[in-house]
Design a protein. Sequence first.
Length: 723
Amino acid sequence: MNCLTVEKSIFYIETARSCYAFSVEKGYAEHLYYGAKIPFSDIDVLKEKRSVILVNALYPADDPTYSFDCKGFEFSMPCRGDSRSASLCLVCDDIPFDFVYDGYEVNPAIDSPMPVPLKYDSAVKVSFKDMAHGSMLNLYYLVCYDCDVIIRFCEFVNNGERTEILKFASSQTDMPATNKKLTTFHGAWGRETEKREQFLTTGIYRHGSFSGMSSAECNPLFFVSDCDAGENHGEVFGFNLMYSASHEISAEVTPYGGLRIINGIQSENLRYTLEKGENFIAPCSVMTYSACGFNKASRNLHDFVRCAVSPIKEIPVMLNTWEAVYFDMNEDKMKSLADKASQCGFECLVIDDGWFGERNDDTTSLGDWYENKKKFPHGLKEISSYFNNIGLKTGIWIEPEMISENSNLYRNNPEFALKCDEIRHVVGRGQYILDMTDEKVRKHVEDSVARLAEEYGASYVKWDFNRRFADIKASKGSGYYYDYVKGLYSVLKNLNRRFPSLIIENCASGGGRFDLGMARYTACGWASDNTNPLSRAKIQQGVSYGYPLSFTLNHIAESPGHQTVRTSTLKDRINTAYLGVFGVQADITKMKEEELEFLAKAVDSYKKHRCEIMSSEVYRISAGNDGYRITQTMSRNAESGFLYLMREKFDTVTQLPVIRLRGLKKGAEYRVYGQGVDVIAYAETFENAGLVLPQNYQGAGREKDTLMITDGGTLLLRIKIKE
């Protein structure tokens, strides 16, 4: 598919519903337009035509009307006339870099240590040469046409003397600043992806992660939109980064009415040295455009993830042992859990932390990835065979990038640990991080995970990562994080190649590394350790802004919740976990018989609808502003879907909201039913007038047809074309 037109020094990139354009003028790459699709023939009229010299403005020696501060650019360097934030900062001797256009190549070969999309429709590399040092700067643009996604990244090829990189962003996007807001997703462990909005005025807003991880505190996903944009209206530009370490964005509104968005790796304390002949490639920055609000931008990003990052796999419905037994595990307990899981229709049992070394708490044995014979005298292979014989696959937890000081691995290889003995040690959870920049460490990590599949019979691996970085190698500063994840990605890539059917779950204390970089090599991601429905509904809606249901792993856990000590019904926990990758972490051997029957029916229902859920389009109908979390899914053919409602707080004598459905087939008659609701109407009625729910409990008195949606109460309804 031809998504690229190059003519009259204009580069015109198009997707199904958007286009991106820049031109080459005086050797500079000038940004012209990004937004709803317009004809290529009209792009030329968007070039600025100035004839008046701006006071205080700097300009090329041959053109005083060309003001650097007022132009939009595809990249910028410091000390070259543009006083806005630079996207690139390189140092080699005392001569500044000055990159001049040098040509382009369509569909170039791409060899990057960073994850790139599995597939794309078209690509172009635009090259610029530095006049003083002979080095090259290559800008890459990849297009996923149907997803309305453009992927950008930069490459620096050092042809001069030793060069130090102080800043190297993946993308710079200059656009008009009129009436814009920035939407980001912040939080902490247990309350990840909380949506925040910042109205952009003159100055710089900086947002990012500085822990070495993409982090629960600050997801790489963000949006720039009209101030009044909502879920279904307004212009929205969505951005994400295929990267799993510290990152940053900056949004700068300039005195001349421009907005500069810079997206990439962390620049604070970045000190990355390249020798002559070496290159540096930034991670992929993902961009999408929607003229119809946040919902459409999110669906574009969902399509991109499913198509080009983490294709849908049928992930087994699993029982995870963590909150069921914690470290107190043995053969008999695993078999008892497996027997109940098999009876309830589960497809996999994941043996979590505590199966290896001398692991009875979190102070020991990370790195000693061999079965604990006291707990499993017959070995994990025998346990795996037992699972398989009753219809369950075997999953095993591992934290392969970590090492405990109290471990055989540390005693034999203390140099593997990322620490500095000359200063005070910084420890997290009694453990250190392994130095993944070391080839011997990478081999240990790969061999450890491979052993789970080859010797212990695992077909599912829960890959965890539970502490932040400290004492990184000072010579590279935060550039160490780049080299670290480069090593991590190489191990994951090798494991994907060696074990193509092995399912790897991405876990990092919840949302610590919930990002597109990990999604490229893992089948699903654990969004948060907090499984309480009231908290989880908010977290899952935040995640839904950039990540599809097919990648989001949801678990039912105990009540009261171990993270919130908040009680919830089994129904509400099931309803909240249903729309995503469904699983359980609870001691089901202690459930009452009626609870087990209820759970078994939910598991059976989920398996029947799993394929539909994984590929469904998602609509956020209410995102908490009115006290409700309401999410709808709809199949691609608009024949069926689900409606989920969470009521955060109950007040007496209040009515449930009228819900306007989305994505229905015009002229079709639909039935919405389940859990006390059964309504039939045409698509136009549901979309324009809305779904009117039965009366809810009012604080006193209740009839048999009255709903009981109180604090943290939920509904999960089926939507289906009437047969």
